[in-house]
Structure formats: C-alpha cells, structure tokens
Design a protein around this ligand. Sequence first.
Ligand code: C2E
Ligand code: CA
Ligand code: CA
Ligand code: CA
Length: 278
Amino acid sequence: AKDKGKNSFHLYVPNLEQAVNDKMTIQNELNRALVRQEFLLHYQPQVSAKSGAIVGVEALIRWDHPQRGLLLPDQFISVAEETGLIVPIGEWVLRTACKQNKQWQEQGLMPLRVAVNLSARQFLKQDFTQMVAEILEQTGLAPEYLELEITESSMIDVQRATQALKELKQLGVHVAIDDFGTGYSSLYYLKEFPLNRLKIDRSFVRDMLDQPSNQAIVSTIISMAHHLQLHVIAEGVETKEELAFLQEHLCEEVQGYLFSRPLPSEDVAFYLQAQKGA
Ligand code: C2E
Ligand code: CA
Ligand code: CA
Ligand code: CA
C-alpha cells in the first residue's frame, strides 16, 4: 500500500495479504514469547556408533504457544530470521543449553556435549564470540562441552566466518557444519576453516539403502572428512540397516529416531542415569 504509484502492490491478492498478516502476527507474538518465556528446549541424544553410548545432545527449540500449543521451529524460525528476532532468541537458546548442560554435570551425570544451532545472522555478528565467552563464564560450563552447529550459509561471508571460527577455536568451543552437503558447499573452505565435525544431512541418510547415489554421497563425505581430520555425525538415522551402513563406513556418531526423539530435559537426565546404571 506504500507505493501506490507502482503496480506491484495494489493488486489484491488474498493469499499474500493473509501471509503478510500471519507474519506480522507471528512477529508480535515472538516478541511477547521472549518476554514471557514461552520458549523451551528439547534435547536429542547423539550416540557413539561404536559403543551406543550417549556422547552429546542437540538442543532444539520449541515454542509453547498459549493458544496453539507446542510449535516446532519450522513454524516460526524463518520469521524470527527475517525480523532479526533470531538474535535475542538465539542468545536465549545458547544460554539455556549451557546452563542445562552444567546442571546435568552438577547432578553427577556423565559429562556430555551440548550442540546448539546457530543462524548465519547470529554467527556473523561482530560480538558473537564475546557473547559465547560471557555465557560460558556465567554458566560455568567448560568450553569443550559446547558445540556450535553452523550451516554452509554462514560461510558466505568468508572473512567474517574465518575470524569467528578462529576466535571460537581459541576459546575451546567445538564447531560442526550442519546439514552438510545441502547448501553452498566449497571444499576449499573445509580445508581452510578450523572445524571439528561434519554433520551429514538427513536427506542423504534417508532412503540411503535403496538409493545407491545416497550411499555414495554418505560414504564419500565420511572418508573426505576423515582425510581432513574431521569427525562425522549422521542425523536422521531411523533404521538398523542405516546404522549398520554408517558403522561399516566408520561414521563416529549417529543421531535419529532409532535412538531417541528430542526429549525434555528431565527425560535426558533419566536416560543418562539409566546409562550410568547399565
Ligand atoms: P536440524 O538442525 O537439521 O535438526 C534436525 C531436525 O530433524 C530436528 O527437527 C529433529 O527433531 C529432526 N529429526 C531428528 N532425528 C530425526 C529422524 O530420525 N527422522 C526425522 N524425520 N527427523 C528427525 P526440529 O526440531 O523440528 O528442527 C528443525 C530445524 O529447525 C533444525 O534442523 C534447525 O535447522 C532449526 N532449529 C531448531 N532449533 C533451533 C535453534 O535453537 N536455533 C536455530 N537458529 N535453528 C533451530
Ligand atoms: Ca542441527
Ligand atoms: Ca538437517
Ligand atoms: Ca539445520
């Protein structure tokens, strides 16, 4: 409605208008959700492919919406990214995940890594490493128990990404490339960037057993990663056959419904307690 003179905006397109309204509603509600603490984290176990022991958890955000119930990230993360609200939300996620991990350790449970997803916008901010350092200090979590999952879209700003990765390495925090193989992929950066782990995207793991091309991609990613001294984790592992293929190709870690869905923090403590007793 702003550019009345131009012909792109005064067309009446009900679906577009609906979409814009929905987006504004979500934006207003996201602001409120931060203030009223409507977000929570679920944690999905990351398991050693060799021993089956839990070695980490990935923190995944949920929104306990007062009217609509528990919402998954697909329903709000893109709006949070477009509006910039992902920055304060992401800071909340990081702080909460670190605090929770420290709490599990204080309960005497076996120490494990917590992996936190970052949006490019959050990761590429100038003061990002500073914020991570402050959160580690405030929560008392040792840096080696934090892993940051960044996507290939974070590599677009090569200079900034290189700087941030160097700072994080110095801090002692681990970094994984998430959704590996689905984005803007440059093998050159893999060689140059200080990284710890590649995370093979679910889309390659799914249907791996009846699609030879997916098998080729998965086994090639694993061997390339190993040549570059990187560890590998595969996500979306749902069947024993998929696990067997990954074990055979020496993928170190696995994550997926075969082991566990994302769990509330109390259930993770229970899981860890059971493992300790086993
Ligand atoms: P992702 O980082 O690729 O996370 C894995 C997603 O796959 C999660 O969905 C998880 O619940 C799901 N998943 C895990 N194992 C299986 C499996 O065996 N089969 C199937 N079909 N799915 C599985 P979720 O929790 O809905 O998260 C979706 C995406 O939202 C995440 O994808 C991540 O990109 C984003 N996200 C989640 N939490 C955060 C956050 O705190 N910050 C940011 N920036 N993004 C987040
Ligand atoms: Ca992830
Ligand atoms: Ca993925
Ligand atoms: Ca992702």
